[in-house]
Design a protein around this ligand. Structure first.
Ligand SMILES: [Zn+2]
Length: 697
């Protein structure tokens, strides 16, 4: 996990539509009537003043500014005066303007990031009692109104008048020829590519709240699930949140040799009923009833394992949940659709996710997903899983979890070694240059990087918080117990240190602040995983297990195969909603069931030998994450590419330094610079193939 400060503004682009509440209250989609005349007049005047060589910039700047200008920003006189005053018609003025924005926005982002870090300190660090007001400080977002402020004081319009907005297609096709400065200008302009009215932001925030709440309260009380013989397979007090906890329990049940299969089948049946909404409304989040998910029979609970009585007002019956799941998704869609008119370069949620947030075209993502789903490796690995399980595959084996190797050292032995070495966070901090040198950084560079990373005691398992400006430092938050750091904590700390190294280099050593960071989180995660995989080398013990890498590769592939299917469901349902904007929750449900079945039948039936399974649609993210799921599948592929390349080159330090200097350009360009090829599935498929061969030997 990382909390990346140098992404601050880019994530504001993504997040401000969720959190911001505007200062202007009226939505005006129509351009003022006088605008066309003013534009023509100004175009002539500016070309007269600065020459024909500036005409393309003048036309584009005028169009961009006019596109966002509203009547309450000022009348024709104010508009014309603003344009004449603020157009930078010669290179020298443009250079000053660019540099000033770059310096000052770094300060703005950087200081806001420092404020956020401070406000969250009490709740995130191991600093004693958290008062209710500490939580309010932690939840406060000091940057939420910046885009509104910048349109109100017209700094946003100055950017739109002088720097180009681009489409993803332009960034991909022309981007390779752009200079670094051109790229930085493009990133600056992108910050102001949308101007969303307050009430639209509120609608989105409400949809986020409603879908989050629906998902976060969807618990199944497992001890109250009854099989045909009336037995309870799951222990008392087990309350599982759909779908994450249900899936994790299903994975853990592979270890239960006696009842594992019965438990897994029952969980699959519960998931099926959630997707199809045949689940009785009264069993959701309610320990007061017993339920047989196969017959769908509901009775008053015969045992009590929770004190809460959540739904005492409801009559006990198996009346199904009234398609609430799909009503929530529809809310997410309708709110997102309201943003469309205010986002001219990405006018649908689908375009905003693919073209702006991931910057990989939807077609390319689809092809990458299909290349995994259609891979001839799928039946081979499926067969291997069947051999390992000793039975034919069941649909829930999309979550097969058995590609694991046993390490040379026990967890207790590792705990002992690490605790002795790192009794307190300071000991880890002191050892950082040494660890970085073992990863291939030179002494100078290792000391420089370590000098930019502070180590803090975390409350949770740990995370990495990057700085937002060059004068600030990155934070490695790590968990250290009273008797020292245990192995699990150390393993996470090394992962987070990987994030911190990326954050430090891609901010402090970058040529343009607007290009700081990496293209998206998958890139920083890949670097963090490379570090994490070498954790034992850093403390001088070699526990290399020849099979562990191969097993890891197969596990990775199987996870990608599963999430690629879910990704296609996520993508198709959003297209369906855009094609059927007037649909009811019930119609949406039918569409979802059909889409999930079709994708299953195409890509999973050939190896699972079962048709019309709806499991792929169980992901909670489909309901509340606004088309985020493909990022998980892409992330596996990006990781394979980066890790594969670093493994081949052998020098982690040198390669990480070289790679991250590309900064936050598009993923395809970054990857070409890093490994010589655009983002794709090839490396994932290759490493899986090699792993399979290695295990056969
Ligand atoms: Zn991470």
């Amino acid at each position: 996990m990382s909390k990346s400060g140098n992404f601050f503004f880019i994530s504001i682009l993504a997040l401000f539509l969720i959190f911001a509440a505007g200062t202007y209250m009226k939505a005006q989609t129509l351009q003022p009537a006088w605008m066309k005349d003013s534009q023509l007049k100004l175009e002539k005047e500016l070309i007269g003043k600065y020459g024909v060589s500036q005409s393309t910039r003048i036309q584009k700047g005028l169009k961009q500014t006019a596109g966002f200008w509203r009547e309450d920003d000022g009348n024709a006189d104010i508009f014309e005066n603003f344009i004449l005053t603020n157009f930078a018609g010669d290179q020298a003025t443009l250079d000053v303007m660019f540099t000033r924005f770059e310096n000052l926005l770094e300060k703005l982002n950087g200081h806001l990031n420092e404020i956020s870090l401070s406000f969250r300190e009490q709740s995130e660090l191991d600093h004693g009692h958290i008062y209710p007001f500490d939580e309010t400080f932690a939840a406060y977002s000091p940057g939420a109104h910046i885009t509104d402020d910048f349109f109100n004081n017209k700094l946003a319009f100055i950017v739109l008048l002088n720097f180009p907005l681009t489409t993803l297609n332009e960034r991909l096709t022309d981007g390779e020829q752009w200079s670094r400065r051109q790229w930085a200008e493009v990133r600056l302009a992108q910050r102001f590519a949308k101007r969303i009215p307050a009430e639209v932001n509120m609608a989105v925030a409400e949809a986020v709240f409603i879908t989050d709440q629906y998902i976060s309260e969807y618990n199944i009380y497992m001890h109250h699930l009854i099989d045909a013989k009336g037995s309870r397979l799951f222990p008392p007090k087990m309350r599982l949140l759909a779908h994450w906890n249900l899936r994790d329990e299903l994975k853990a049940d592979y270890q239960d040799k006696k009842q594992g299969i019965a438990k897994q089948k029952m969980i699959q049946q519960v998931m099926d009923r959630i997707v199809t909404q045949t689940i009785p409304e009264i069993v959701v989040n309610n320990p007061d009833v017993d339920w047989n998910p196969f017959t769908n029979e509901v009775k008053p609970a015969a045992v009590k394992d929770f004190d809460v009585s959540l739904k005492s007002n409801l009559k006990i019956s198996n009346t199904p949940e009234p398609d609430t799941r799909y009503a929530a998704l529809l809310k997410a869609f309708l709110a997102s659709k309201q943003v469309d008119p205010y986002s001219p370069t990405a006018p649908t949620l689908i375009a905003r996710q693919f073209d702006e947030n991931r910057e990989i075209p939807e077609d390319q993502v689809k092809a990458m997903l299909e290349s995994v789903l259609n891979s001839p490796l799928v039946p081979k690995i499926a067969k291997l899983i069947e051999e390992r399980l000793g039975r034919p595959l069941e649909p829930y084996d999309i979550w097969y979890d058995g590609f694991r190797s046993k390490g040379k050292y026990s967890e207790a032995q590792l705990d002992e070694i690490v605790k002795k070495r790192y009794p307190a966070p300071d000991a880890y901090k002191t050892d950082m240059p040494n660890m970085l040198m073992k990863l291939g950084f030179s002494k100078d560079r290792a000391e420089y990087i370590a000098g930019n990373i502070l180590v803090d005691p975390a409350r949770g398992s740990g995370h990495a918080a990057g700085a937002g400006m060059r004068s600030a430092k990155a934070h490695l938050r790590t968990r250290v117990g009273k008797d020292g750091m245990d192995y699990k904590g150390f393993n996470i700390a090394v992962h987070e240190m990987g994030h911190n190294v990326e954050q430090t280099l891609s901010l402090n050593d970058i040529d343009h602040y607007f290009l700081s960071g990496v293209p998206n989180t998958a890139f920083t995660e890949a670097i963090a995983f490379v570090f994490q995989a070498h954790d034992l080398d850093l403390i001088g013990i070699s526990a290399a297990d020849p099979q562990s890498d191969a097993l890891k590769a197969l596990n990775n592939f199987w996870m990608t195969y599963e999430i690629a299917g879910v990704s296609l469901v996520d993508m198709e349902i959003w297209h369906w909603m855009y094609n059927h904007p007037e649909s009811s929750p019930t119609e949406l449900k039918s569409a979802m069931i059909q889409i999930a079945k079709d994708i299953w039948n195409t890509y999973f039936t050939p190896v699972f030998k079962k048709k019309d399974v709806v499991l792929l649609a169980i992901y909670s993210h489909i309901i509340h994450s606004f088309l985020y799921i493909p990022d998980y599948a892409i992330g596996h592929m990006i990781s394979s590419q980066i890790e594969g390349h670093i493994r081949k080159s052998g020098n982690i330090g040198a390669e990480v330094e070289r790679m991250v200097k590309a900064g936050s350009i598009t993923p395809n360009l970054w990857m070409k610079n890093a490994v010589g090829k655009p983002v794709g599935s090839e490396e994932l498929l290759n490493s899986t193939k090699l792993a399979l061969e290695k295990l056969k030997k």
